[in-house]
Design a protein around this ligand. Structure first.
Ligand code: NAP
Length: 271
């Protein structure tokens, strides 16, 4: 039997075990995936220990993703993003970041193209970094806006080395949205327990807009409700979660991930 796991602190809330175990079961693979609470101080020992024990792979979550860069050999994308969410042991200890790919696949899954599109990204935290680098490298023009403007300016400067990125004024959201094809919320606004928060309302949107909220708890956020009112196309955060996991599954096993099975497991757990 092959073991896999997610390391984090806290980690008991993670949806990854249910998602990956459903995938292993569906493919008849003799594998198990578990959650392990690991502190930042113990991360080095935990990753090397899992390697020594013959683990098939690891996911990392808060607060370990940035620290892992010092421990593993990161891919160029993980290095740019500044965080690792997937570790593979087949060829040493390699650190990937599949969050941006998860967002890209969620858009693709909904028939939304990226190349040449104007994307407005709310937020400049960990998830925003992954999405900004991925979408800019896929040919989108990314405008980043954040509560703390300095973080948006700094991220836009970094991303503009590999693609088109600028920082936008969060006080000018309505104008920024009018000039956008895709709006992505990568802040924690609207996340449980503050479910009645949204800084974007229906009157600021247009019906040709795609609104993608990466928050998945709750699945139907206030932002998505407002987007529906405006007649915009909506994408919830579940598919990004599923596809970042599916990409990790592919890296570890080389198998085609059963995405629908993984989605069903996550939606059932969230319901
Ligand atoms: P993070 O690194 O802590 O970043 C949080 C971001 O939200 C920052 O830009 C922060 O702005 C902004 N923010 C927080 N509260 C705000 C408020 N009240 N008003 C305005 N801006 C606010 O967090 P993260 O890891 O990027 O995660 C962000 C969200 O994405 C979380 O809800 C997380 O669950 C979700 N997520 C989903 C997926 C998925 O697969 N669907 C993957 C990763 C994350 P400042 O810079 O001003 O603090």
């Amino acid at each position: 039997m092959k073991l896999f796991g997610v390391l984090g602190d806290p980690v008991s809330h993670s949806l990854s075990p249910v998602m990956h175990n459903a995938a292993f079961k569906a493919l008849g693979m003799d594998c198990e995936y578990h959650a392990f609470r690991v502190s930042t101080e113990s991360l080095h020992d935990a990753i090397h220990g899992a390697h020594a024990l013959g683990f098939g792979g690891l996911n990392l979550t808060i607060p370990l993703k940035e620290k892992a860069l010092e421990i593993v050999a990161p891919t160029d994308m993980a290095k740019q993003i500044g965080a690792v969410n997937t570790v593979d042991f087949k060829d040493g200890i390699i650190g990937y970041n599949t969050d941006g790919l998860g967002a890209k696949m969620a858009l693709k899954d909904n028939g939304v193209g990226i190349k040449g599109k104007n994307v407005l990204l709310l937020g400049a935290g960990g998830a925003a970094r992954a999405i900004a680098f991925q979408l800019a490298s896929d040919g989108a023009s990314v405008t980043i806006t954040n509560r703390t403007p300095g973080r948006a300016i700094a991220l836009a400067k970094e991303v503009s080395r590999i693609g088109k990125a600028t920082a936008g004024d969060i006080g000018d959201l309505k104008n920024l949205i009018q000039n956008s094809d895709i709006l992505i919320n990568s802040t924690s606004i609207g996340m449980f327990p503050k479910v009645s928060e949204s800084i974007v309302t229906s009157d600021m949107m247009h019906k040709n807009l795609v609104v993608f909220d990466i928050v998945y708890n709750p699945v139907n956020t206030l932002l998505l409700t407002e987007a529906k009112k405006a007649g915009a196309k909506t994408i919830d955060g579940v598919m990004m979660l599923v596809y970042q996991g599916a990409e990790a599954f592919k890296i570890w096993t080389g198998e085609n991930p059963p995405v629908e099975v993984m989605e069903k497991a996550v939606r059932e757990k969230l319901a």
